[in-house]
Design a protein around this ligand. Structure first.
Ligand code: SER
Length: 324
């Protein structure tokens, strides 16, 4: 039986997903009941002013536990992580934050008898040997990045804590997430966000992966919905825990550029692949998310047409106001 969620701690709340997820959680669970935390980036005014905010370091158990006690936290949404690109530049840091940081969160959850912990995983768990089209939920997990290695270990560690300590832990494998509010940082899928900003600002974009690179992507409203739907699902219905594939849309860069050109005909893309090409090539083009659909009713709402129109409207407005 799932326990009631009352007071939530969000780590990585200043990040791309955390900054929007925190606001959505505050709307649902109450502003004062959702404590946002980050490591060093200043929060936006709306994040800072809409509820409690603290700087912590997830690698320091004390700094997390202090907030847990102070706010009587019963649920942790653990978004803090070093992504694939940055992880290859500093593998030791990626291991430290993604593994030791996660273990701190799990130990605190166990010792404080938390109602629930949500820890996202990623399409980065896949790698050579995994079928790349319609990738099954349960398949070969042999990633080639430190980010992927840490996420595979993380999924296993979460299952271990579910089985050994009876904790309620959930997680989903995010694809590339696209949003107009906060920029992603250090990921391989970041081009799919940068392309919109550059289309609006300069009408051209130099892409760091090749034109035919095709990866699974998701628009932020679906990402928030998936995360909150999973948090609210009855625990007893879940056969998987921390490793749900969630699909939404898949496209290559040419298709994305052509969609943007429908709105900005003079938009041009050039290609200059870097080390992230090999990472992208090792990840699926599309995922089979039938486990998420069956176990907690996942269904995406956005497609590439609707997302592109919305992204360009939002970024275009900010650009006109001189805020981009
Ligand atoms: N967006 C992430 C990355 O590119 C994948 O989860 O690293």
């Amino acid at each position: 039986m799932a326990k009631e969620i009352k007071n939530i701690l969000v780590t990585g709340a200043v990040g791309q997903i955390g900054s929007e997820l925190t606001l959505a959680l505050r709307e649902k669970y109450g502003n004062d009941n959702v404590v946002a935390t980050g490591r060093k980036t200043e929060p936006s005014p709306v994040l800072r002013d809409s509820g409690p905010f603290y700087f912590i370091n997830v690698c320091s158990r004390e700094s997390v536990e202090e907030i847990v006690k102070k706010h009587d936290i019963d649920t942790i949404v653990h978004m803090a992580a070093i992504l694939s690109g940055d992880g290859e530049k500093n593998p030791a840091l990626a291991w430290d934050v993604n593994m030791n940081g996660m273990m701190n969160i799990l130990d605190i959850a166990r010792d404080h008898k938390m109602a629930q912990v949500l820890i996202p995983s990623s399409i980065a768990v896949f790698g050579p040997g995994t079928p790349l089209e319609n990738t099954p939920n349960d398949t070969v997990l042999k990633p080639t990045t430190m980010y992927g290695v840490s996420k595979v270990c993380g999924e296993l560690l979460c299952d271990y804590y579910v089985n050994k300590y009876g904790l309620d832990i959930r997680g989903l494998r995010y694809p590339g997430i696209i949003s107009a509010e906060t920029l992603p940082g250090g990921g391989t899928t970041d081009y799919a966000v940068a392309i919109y900003y550059e289309a609006i600002k300069n009408k051209k974009y130099n892409c760091f992966v090749k034109a035919d690179t095709r990866l699974p992507m998701m628009y932020m409203p679906d990402c928030i919905k998936a995360t909150m739907d999973l948090m609210e699902a009855p625990f007893d219905n879940l056969k998987h825990h921390s490793d749900f594939n969630v699909g939404s849309m898949s496209f290559d860069v040419t298709t994305l550029a052509n969609e943007i050109k429908k709105h900005i005909p003079e938009f041009e893309v050039s290609y200059d692949p870097d080390f992230r090409q090999a990472i992208a090539d090792s990840w699926p083009s599309s995922v089979d998310d039938s486990a998420a659909r069956e176990e907690w009713g996942w269904a995406p709402s956005w497609d590439i047409e609707g997302m592109t129109k919305d992204m360009l409207e939002k970024l275009g407005k900010r650009h006109k106001e001189g805020k981009l």
